[in-house]
Design a protein around this ligand. Structure first.
Ligand code: NAD
Ligand code: SER
Length: 312
């Protein structure tokens, strides 16, 4: 049995990733790890351990002694939280990555998944249908850490043959666990307000188009990438990943089709500048060519799923 460790398992992506990996490989094969003593009820169906990714020796000892062979490293500060604490964001987002890359370099781990983000792009990047290879001058501490991480992933692959794989996730939309402090969180908050019959005051302006993806698509992309034969993974920095693209106004119009009384107001805060520096939409043609990625959820389908499941 191949043993898999998900670090940052209690977060927005971690909880759903742990569930999907356990369905696929068995509950006992997938170890969840995060900072708190216990895990959310949704993932109590398998092993959980309290681990701090910044405790390098503890992480090394856990991975080596438990013969973990695959690591999904999700622990990070997201864009909005990182802007409030740049020093710590840089430390957390980089140090954990080196610990895991080094374990793979030393052949303790066979394969790593590490997520990047659309935040690697910046204000000088072409904003529409942003291609895989383009100008990358991120203006947020989060984006700088993700771009640096991408370069290190590619370096460890080329120099040390580390099998590290990565996706540039857009804003992820989900209902099973709350988002962790990103600029795209509005596209989740809005559904909770709308289904509760409450107006939503959006922290971005009505015309801020951003790339987004439904969580089911993101999890499927992650597992497909990790299961693809190594020779198909020709990009070892990180792959562009596209789903849908919409503005807060377009999202609110789509919600109003189902909840006609819903009202939105706009009150942009510091996150507006972050959103303004990111692409409007992503071109992931290369990703599709290399390992066959295709999203399944368009905006109406996302709205249906979110409203139906939050109401439940
Ligand atoms: P999240 O904030 O919801 O979850 C992160 C988890 O990591 C939390 O449960 C947190 O407790 C844990 N964590 C923090 N510090 C830790 C430490 N020192 N040791 C162990 N665990 C620690 O974030 P998420 O949305 O699930 O994102 C996961 C990854 O995906 C991050 O790297 C993020 O940058 C990336 N990403 C997310 C999105 C998105 O829209 N959610 C988009 C692009 C990239
Ligand atoms: N959803 C993430 C954020 O807003 C993008 O990486 O920070």
């Amino acid at each position: 049995m191949k043993k898999i460790l998900v670090i940052g398992s209690n977060g927005q992506i971690g909880t759903e990733l742990v569930l999907s990996l356990r369905e696929r490989y068995g509950n006992e094969a997938v170890f969840a790890a995060d900072l708190s003593k216990s895990c959310p009820a949704i993932i109590i169906n398998g092993p959980y351990v309290q681990l701090d990714v910044l405790q390098k020796e503890a992480i090394r000892e856990y991975i080596i002694s438990n013969e973990i062979k695959e690591v999904y490293l999700l622990a990070a500060l997201l864009s909005a939280t990182a802007e409030k604490n740049p020093d710590f964001a840089w430390k957390l987002n980089m140090e954990g990555l080196f610990t895991i890359l080094d374990l793979a370099k030393e052949k303790h781990i066979d394969k790593i998944f590490w997520p990047s983000s659309i935040a690697v792009f910046g204000p000088t990047t072409p904003a529409d249908k942003t291609p895989q290879y383009t100008i990358m001058e991120p203006s947020t501490v989060y984006g700088i850490s993700k771009l640096a991480g991408e370069r290190w992933c590619e370096y460890y692959h080329k120099k040390h043959q580390v099998d590290v794989r990565s996706l540039r996730y857009p804003g992820l939309i989900s209902y099973k666990s709350p988002p962790g402090g990103g600029t795209t969180d509005y596209a989740i908050d809005i559904f909770h307000k709308a289904t509760a019959g409450v107006d939503y005051d959006c922290f971005l302006n009505e015309t801020s188009a951003l790339p987004m993806l439904f969580m089911d698509d993101a999890i499927r992309a992650t597992i497909e990438l990790m299961e693809a034969p190594s020779e198909q993974i020709k990009i070892r920095s990180s792959y562009n990943l596209a789903g849908v693209s919409f503005t807060p106004k377009e999202l609110s119009e789509a919600i109003k089709k189902q909840l006609p009384d819903f009202k939105i107001t706009y009150n942009p805060d510091f996150r507006q500048a972050i959103a303004d520096s990111w692409p409007n939409s992503i071109d992931d043609a290369i990703t599709e060519q290399h390992w066959g990625w295709k999203p399944r959820f368009d905006l109406p389908k996302i709205v249906d799923e979110m409203i139906k499941n939050i109401k439940k």
